[in-house]
Write a protein that binds this ligand. Structure first.
Ligand SMILES: Cc1cc2nc3c(=O)[nH]c(=O)nc-3n(C[C@H](O)[C@H](O)[C@H](O)COP(=O)(O)OP(=O)(O)OC[C@H]3O[C@@H](n4cnc5c(N)ncnc54)[C@H](O)[C@@H]3O)c2cc1C
Ligand SMILES: *[C@@H]1O[C@H](CO)[C@@H](O)[C@H](O)[C@H]1NC(C)=O
Ligand SMILES: *[C@@H]1O[C@H](CO)[C@@H](O)[C@H](O)[C@H]1NC(C)=O
Ligand SMILES: *[C@@H]1O[C@H](CO)[C@@H](O)[C@H](O)[C@H]1NC(C)=O
Ligand SMILES: *[C@@H]1O[C@H](CO)[C@@H](O)[C@H](O)[C@H]1NC(C)=O
Ligand SMILES: *[C@@H]1O[C@H](CO)[C@@H](O)[C@H](O)[C@H]1NC(C)=O
Ligand SMILES: *[C@@H]1O[C@H](CO)[C@@H](O)[C@H](O)[C@H]1NC(C)=O
Ligand SMILES: *[C@@H]1O[C@H](CO)[C@@H](O)[C@H](O)[C@H]1NC(C)=O
Ligand SMILES: *[C@@H]1O[C@H](CO)[C@@H](O)[C@H](O)[C@H]1NC(C)=O
Ligand SMILES: *[C@@H]1O[C@H](CO)[C@@H](O)[C@H](O)[C@H]1NC(C)=O
Length: 589
């Protein structure tokens, strides 16, 4: 009897352990070659065994011709998006905690570690392939990674020991004159729209839309996947003040959920999923096959440019405060855009020069005089400040597409390096309050500014983003509706940094730098951060990324994915798992 009891306790413990962790390749549960081949057959031969892209640059797989190609394409984001063995950021390919990396910068003799690169990739060509791969992962208890472009700065599109679903090949784009959501009546048509496959990049949709004289609300990047992490995370745009967030434009998703079913989510069916997919974050509720979004007629636009520079003495930061104080007026007039705070490298031990470069865009606007009048008070204050050099100009262009040509030269984003950083959303109320602009400037000025690590103020809210709060019910961080600036700072470390050195950067971001920004608004402001461009180790991420929407998101997550097949770093439900999403650490509370 006693013997039986001990036996059954032990059996339970083993069972629990097996159930609590995803199956890893060194375990008996790992699918046999035959089973992998069955998956391969079911997806028409589109399963690949995967090695990190730089494996061909390291012994024993060194191959001079292949290594030369990889070296040439290393920073080409279009190329990285296509590769199963890459994401966009080197540090999310490596797994430093296990001493596994395959940096191209390392010597040929150093072995190539698999790191966080998936072991297999389902390079899906259609929705049926996604269903097969999701069911296979569920049946075999595999860690699943979903990648569209691999841009995620918190490493959400790579994971150790995983099966990857690569949606990059889903390139369908279909424009419709008057979109009728599935399940609605004919008279509930939503107007002009476009159905976008989850492998379509921003530059592909922009080109297709502008060819028809249309605009789609998207971000400032070439290769980010619009239907992937972009729209599911909320999606901001310089056109936000004009039309709202990217996710505000979504009318319908086609999505494969954890049990393998292919569903439509819109305001008529699976409404909870529709709510969650608009802001709840990528890789969390299922694999999106396509999204349908509003299109708008292309319009003229006024671009304004303001440059301020000064020696890194006492002059620069008051100029930034003057800019912060005037910002609400520009935003209220429909302006959105970006400002960059940079330091030039010091030459010959001289002080470095600090610069503020501001690019603003006023959509559906032709009147440059009106915009010049708007900027005039700030420009005159700046020109009257000692030690400050100021340049200001405006230009009118006939199409939004012209602005993107200026903003996004070439056809690739700068990637292939190491990305770490932090961010915060700041409210319009802050800048309107007494001394608010100065408090923000003060916090920003305390962040170390190295020449290779710029800081970016992203002014993409206000206007329609604020107004849409009254009409769009989605899981988007409610803080966005009160936001005026999404402020981002970058950190990096060298590829040869030890784990301790990497952790020092991460700890400083998490415990010193983000808290500096957090403190500006204070704890009662209910502001937060944008999950797609945030500290990967954000503390209290549930309220930072989703505010009061979190409990409902968590509940929807449990309903659609009770086994936690879709887990990403600092994503909904990730608090129940370890940092790699490999082992469950707690159950629904
Ligand atoms: C150069 C650059 C510029 C940027 N500019 C902007 C900007 O202007 N506005 C803005 O809002 N953001 C911007 N971002 C951030 C960007 O939105 C995020 O990096 C976003 O997560 C990228 O989505 P992705 O699908 O392309 O990337 P991925 O890394 O492939 O995926 C991101 C997340 O979505 C999941 N995912 C991917 N595809 C699917 C799918 N089909 N179904 C379900 N889940 C999926 C992944 O699992 C992951 O969790 C920018 C990023 C970069 C690098
Ligand atoms: C899947 O099948 C294709 C076509 O037969 C083959 O080229 C590929 O190597 C197979 N994948 C794996 C992982 O064996
Ligand atoms: C980047 O990669 C894409 C896809 O492989 C390729 O078409 C393009 O020519 C590359 N660009 C450069 C500059 O090499
Ligand atoms: C990490 O791996 C490298 C080679 O792969 C090895 O030289 C080094 O000793 C390892 N470091 C640790 C801490 O295990
Ligand atoms: C820096 O110093 C070098 C050597 O003294 C000199 O040749 C060079 O012109 C200096 N550069 C600048 C920008 O002052
Ligand atoms: C542009 O502005 C005009 C005048 O305010 C307005 O009638 C029109 O609808 C706007 N166009 C778009 C696409 O928003
Ligand atoms: C210019 O600066 C001086 C002193 O610094 C100040 O008295 C004056 O009011 C300023 N003028 C403007 C237009 O801001
Ligand atoms: C501001 O600086 C940028 C980059 O150096 C430059 O392209 C732009 O023309 C400048 N703006 C003005 C108004 O001079
Ligand atoms: C931590 O961050 C602050 C602010 O950016 C910086 O001044 C400081 O040097 C950093 N410390 C370390 C150890 O990196
Ligand atoms: C690490 O890399 C940097 C360049 O990124 C280099 O300057 C430094 O010498 C390297 N350190 C070691 C120990 O290899």
């Amino acid at each position: 009897m006693l013997f039986r009891l001990i036996f059954s306790v032990a059996a339970t413990a083993i069972l629990t352990e097996a159930n609590d962790c995803r199956c890893r390749p060194y375990e008996d549960c790992w699918p046999s070659n035959q089973q992998w081949q069955a998956l391969n057959t079911s997806i028409q031969g589109n399963l690949l065994g995967v090695r990190p892209i730089a494996a061909v640059c390291h012994d024993p797989n060194f191959d001079p011709a292949s290594c030369q190609e990889v070296t040439a394409e290393w920073t080409n984001s279009t190329w990285r998006a296509v590769q199963p063995g890459a994401v966009q950021w080197e540090n999310w390919e490596a797994w430093p905690e296990q001493n596994q990396s395959c940096y191209i910068e390392n010597s040929r003799q150093e072995p190539c570690g698999q790191g966080r690169i998936s072991l297999y990739s389902a390079v899906v060509q259609n929705e049926a392939h996604i269903q097969q791969a999701v069911r296979f992962a569920g049946q075999h208890n595999l860690r699943l990674a979903v990648k569209s472009s691999g841009h995620d700065t918190s490493g959400r599109s790579s994971s150790p020991y995983s099966l990857q679903i690569l949606t990059n090949r889903l390139k369908d784009i279909k424009f419709v004159n008057n979109f009728v959501p599935d399940g609605s009546k004919e008279d509930q048509a939503e107007g002009p729209a476009v159905i976008i496959g989850s492998g379509v990049s921003l530059q592909e949709i922009y080109a297709a839309a502008s060819g028809r004289g249309l605009v789609v609300i998207g971000g400032t990047a070439h290769t980010v996947g619009i239907a992937g992490g972009y729209i599911q995370g909320g999606g901001h745009s310089m056109l936000g003040p004009w039309k709202g967030m990217g996710s505000d434009q979504a009318l319908e998703f086609r999505v494969v959920v954890a049990n393998g079913d292919l569903l439509t989510a819109n305001k008529y069916q699976n409404q909870d999923l529709f709510w969650a997919l608009r802001g709840g974050g990528g890789g969390t509720f299922g694999v999106v096959v396509s999204v349908t979004v509003h299109t708008f007629p292309d319009v003229p636009l006024v671009m304004s440019s303001l440059n301020i520079s000064a020696d890194a003495g006492p002059n620069f930061w008051p100029a930034v405060t003057a800019f912060h104080t005037h910002l609400p007026a520009f935003n209220d007039a429909g302006g959105g855009g970006y400002y960059f705070i940079t330091a030039s490298p010091p030459i010959n031990n001289s002080e470095s020069t600090l610069a503020l470069t501001v690019d603003f865009y006023f959509a559906n606007e032709t009147d440059t005089t009106k915009i010049n009048t708007l900027f005039a008070p700030l420009v005159s204050i700046l020109k009257n400040m000692t030690g400050i050099a100021t340049e200001y100009g405006t230009i009118a262009v006939p199409r939004v597409a012209n602005a993107y040509q200026t903003l996004l030269p070439g056809d690739s984003d700068t990637t292939g390096n190491i990305a770490m950083g932090g961010s915060r959303l700041f409210s319009r109320d802050l800048l309107m309050s007494d001394g608010g602009g100065a408090r923000l400037t003060d916090a920003v000025s305390r962040l170390r500014l190295d020449p290779e690590e710029e800081m970016i103020g992203i002014v993409v809210a206000g206007g329609a983003v604020a107004a849409n709060g009254a009409t769009v019910d989605s899981s988007l961080n409610p803080a966005w509706r009160r936001t005026i600036i999404h402020f981002v700072f970058e950190r990096t470390f060298s590829p040869n940094a030890t784990l301790a050195e990497q952790n020092a950067v991460r700890d400083n971001v998490t415990n010193v730098e983000v808290p500096l920004l957090r403190a500006v608004e204070g704890p009662d402001s209910h502001m937060g951060a944008y999950l797609n461009e945030a500290n990967p180790y954000e503390t209290d991420f549930q309220s930072s990324f989703w505010g009061e929407n979190y409990p409902r998101l968590y509940h929807i997550k449990q309903q659609w994915d009770p086994q936690g097949l879709f887990i990403v770093r600092r994503g909904v439900g990730s608090e129940d798992w370890d940092d790699e999403g490999l082992c469950r650490t707690s159950y629904e509370t």
